[in-house]
Design a protein. Structure first.
Length: 307
């Protein structure tokens, strides 16, 4: 692998000679599927070689994949850490092997930020705050308690931790907002459905469900309907991602608001890799562009929605 990312001008490599190892989280959600497709398409268009692995949401599988990329001597390693903790050892092995690492989508909690050259992804705290702000605005004229069921993402994952923090940050403005139950649905539709079925039994008077991603929100819709209630009306639903299935449910009125989290990181990752291999410096933290959608905006956006 080239001595790159150290600022010294790396030997110019033809794209076809550049090999990148990507260790993906899994295929747990519509967001992940879109993210995988976008990364694979971007690398195919770049002419660079991409080695790709799916860890089925298990950290030990991601660590194994990263170790195999180190052994193969790839030029750059990129991955989306399924959880924040437990990466220092394998990232140190990559650093000792002179292989630069790029974080995409999710963050690690390593204190030593020399272990990766760049982190490309959303501001999850801001996403939680945007969801919270919609709830505060939606119920500004209500004095009765607003009872919230929170469907958390994968335990220990940066988006789960930060979205919960951002949301709590905003709704603490008024004690009428009460998170009456909060449990992980592991970012999956099945998880969202199972957890919502259980939590609705113990909280039949819930006002709103805040799901950390569309897939769990879509599972919650099934559970709300199974309980004989109308999602989006009897119980409002707010989610994060804005993937096609979520936007369809939003447009149909079963979800009330979605905060976008863009999975389209492929082109930006290709650009970072090219700079790193060429020995150019890259920004440590690169944020993705994203917005929010109401029901009307979803209806308007759906025909041209890329994912
Ligand atoms: C967020 C990403 C999350 C999505 C989920 O960037 O890590 O993981 O919100 C996905 O849909 O499973």
């Amino acid at each position: 692998s080239t001595a790159s990312g150290t600022g010294s001008a790396g030997a110019a490599k033809a794209p076809g000679d550049i090999v990148v190892g990507f260790a993906q989280v899994g295929a747990e959600s519509g967001w992940r599927t879109a993210n995988t497709k976008d990364i694979q398409d971007a690398f195919a268009a770049s002419g660079m070689q991409l080695k790709f692995s799916d860890a089925q949401q298990k950290q030990e599988n991601q660590i194994k994949a990263i170790r195999s990329y180190i052994t193969q001597g790839v030029d750059v390693i990129a991955f989306s850490p399924v959880v924040e903790t437990g990466w220092d050892a394998v990232l140190k092995e990559a650093k000792d092997a002179g292989i630069p690492v790029v974080l995409t989508d999710r963050a690690v909690d390593s204190k030593d930020d020399s272990l990766y050259v760049s982190f490309l992804g959303s501001d999850f705290i801001k996403e939680g705050q945007k969801a919270g702000q919609w709830v505060v605005d939606e119920y500004k004229n209500q004095t009765d308690p607003v009872k919230i069921i929170q469907l958390e993402g994968t335990t220990g994952a940066a988006p789960a931790i930060d979205r919960a923090e951002g949301f709590a940050d905003v709704i603490k403005a008024d004690p009428k907002f009460q998170i009456v139950a909060s449990q992980t649905g592991d970012f999956t539709r099945a998880g969202g459905k199972q957890v919502t079925e259980a939590l609705l039994k113990s909280n039949p008077d819930a006002t709103l469900i805040f799901a950390h991603n569309d897939d769990m929100g879509l599972g919650a819709i099934e559970a709300v309907e199974a309980a004989g209630k109308v999602p989006g009306k009897d119980i409002k639903i707010v989610t994060i991602d804005a993937v096609k299935d979520g936007m369809k449910a939003l447009s149909d009125g079963k979800i009330n608001f979605i905060v976008e989290c863009s999975p389209l990181l492929g082109k930006q990752l290709v650009d970072i890799v090219k700079k790193v291999v060429a020995g150019e410096s890259v920004e440590k933290r690169i944020l993705t562009e994203e917005t929010t959608f109401t029901q009307e905006q979803a209806t308007a956006a759906l025909p041209t929605r890329q994912y």
